[in-house]
Ligand binder design. Structure first.
Ligand code: ADP
Length: 463
């Protein structure tokens, strides 16, 4: 069973308090009792010494000396007696109810006769009342006897009992008040949590801009609210990116579809469509289909990266041949953009997934052609350096602002200045390239000067 946190806090607090109060009470109780008994012992000791001195040193009889000494004992029943070595009462004074019977046993008498002082709590009289007795050897003219002095412990017991009653009633009342106070404090302390919970429950996917009010307490709850708000911020960003992505991807896919649709319409409406025109139309349509296929491929890669299922089929792959293949594949695109494209470098081999690598190179070359614009030059060079081999795609385009470079490989990042209807994109191409190269254990980077072209390089380990 899981109880509300304020109930649990109160229970913990109460249990702890009960243990502390009980331990403290028990300590006080024992301490008081032993202090009071010690006080009685001290008085009994000095009275016994007085009696033994007076009794031996004068011709007074035991009763006179005993009475005089006992008079000053604390109120309550007191008595003194001398016992023979066999434990019989020789002489007695004080409370007559106690005088007849020896106040200690034969065993104790024997021990006292050996010179050891005996101090003990006993019960005496017909009512079995508690007493403290002190016994010591009393050397006398008629041989050794034992002096026993006793004082009732009734006062001690009643003081201790009063304290016990005080604890027995005071501790539960204190616990009751403490539990009420503890519960109120816990409720007050947790009220912001209840408010935050209610506010968080109101936030839905369509209201991710809402935030939890931050308590002005500068404590853990304030940190919790800030953390929740930060998390909401990240979620909002992710959801907005996804929405933007869906919108951009749909737009990107609609553009080639529109082009294809209108070209087909023109063809259908043309009364005499010759073989040459039909070929040109099909070639153009094919180019649009390829563009869409590349886009869909990018989307699929992204989905498998997100699922953690990007599968690579690494085989020996020759990069210069791959560059030629990519250029060949983009020939249609090249002819419409008026970009000059060239390749250079030696044949270099790496172990990589040729399909994925082609996708990376295609993205880079497409970007170069897309952003460099009409008349620009794009060059793909392959290279081999130390334990790495790779390719570099350079263009003579507008370059990339220095402040944008660190973000270029982030998902959905686009340089605003480069954004125009003719350069639609989703800001995912370079992020995908980065993920693919990362999965190969390679590196991808850019060198660019604004206004002076860009160079994107990919390096893969050769050993
Ligand atoms: P997309 O091309 O779909 O916008 P990318 O991830 O491929 O997304 O590129 C991210 C951004 O980097 C682009 O929006 C563009 O601003 C910039 N960029 C990429 N390649 C080049 C380039 N060769 N020249 C200038 N800017 C580029």
């Amino acid at each position: 069973m899981s109880l509300p946190i304020k109930v649990r806090l109160t229970v913990w607090y109460l249990t702890l308090l009960a243990v502390i109060l009980t331990a403290f009470g028990a300590f006080l109780f024992l301490r008081l009792k032993s202090d009071l008994i010690n006080a009685v012992d001290q008085i009994l000791g000095s009275r016994a010494a007085q009696i033994s001195l007076g009794y031996q040193g004068s011709d007074q009889n035991f009763q006179d000396v005993g009475d005089a000494s006992l008079r000053n004992l604390p109120p309550g029943e007191t008595a003194a007696q001398t016992l023979s070595a066999t434990g019989t009462v020789l002489d007695a004074t004080g409370d007559p109810a106690l005088a007849d019977q020896p106040m200690i046993g034969v065993q104790e008498v024997a021990t006292a006769l050996q010179g050891r002082r005996i101090v003990a709590s006993v019960t005496l009289g017909s009512d079995n009342e508690p007493f403290r007795v002190l016994a010591l050897r009393l050397p006398g003219p008629g041989g050794s006897s034992v002096l026993v002095v006793a004082s009732s412990l009734e006062d001690v017991d009643s003081s201790v009992h009063r304290l016990l009653v005080l604890f027995a009633t005071g501790i539960p009342v204190a616990l009751l008040l403490a539990s009420l106070g503890g519960w109120l404090i816990a409720r007050k302390a947790l009220r912001p949590v209840a408010r935050m919970t209610a506010e968080a429950q109101q936030i839905r996917a369509d209201r991710l801009g809402d935030r939890i009010a931050i308590p002005a307490t500068a404590d853990e709850l304030q940190r919790l609210a800030k953390t929740l708000n930060d998390m909401l911020g990240r979620l909002q960003e992710a959801v907005e990116s996804q929405r933007r992505f869906v919108a951009d991807a749909s737009h990107d896919l609609r553009t080639p579809l529109t082009v294809m649709g209108s070209e087909i319409d023109v063809g259908l409406e043309s009364p005499r469509l010759g073989a040459r025109e039909a070929r040109a139309l099909l070639a153009s349509n094919r180019e649009e289909v390829e563009r869409m296929a590349r886009m869909v491929n990018n989307l699929l890669v992204l989905a498998s990266i997100d699922d953690g299922q990007l599968e690579l089929l690494p085989v020996p792959t020759e990069l210069r041949a791959l560059a030629h293949e990519v250029v060949e594949g983009l020939r249609g695109f090249v002819s419409t953009t008026g970009v000059q494209i060239s390749t250079s470098g030696h044949a270099v081999s790496v172990i990589a997934d040729p399909g994925r690598l082609k996708q990376v190179l295609t993205n880079l070359v497409e970007n170069a052609m897309k952003y460099a614009g009409t008349g620009a030059q794009v060059r793909i060079s392959t290279w081999h350096r130390d334990s790495e081999a790779g390719f570099t795609v350079s263009d003579t385009g507008p370059g990339i602002p220095a402040e944008a470079v660190p973000h270029l490989f982030e998902r959905f990042f686009r340089v605003d200045a480069a954004r125009s209807s003719a350069r639609q994109g989703s800001g995912l191409g370079l992020a995908i390239c980065n993920d693919i190269i990362d999965a190969h254990g390679g590196r991808i980077w850019v060198e660019s000067t604004e206004g002076d072209g860009s160079s994107f390089s990919v390096a893969l380990p050769t050993s």
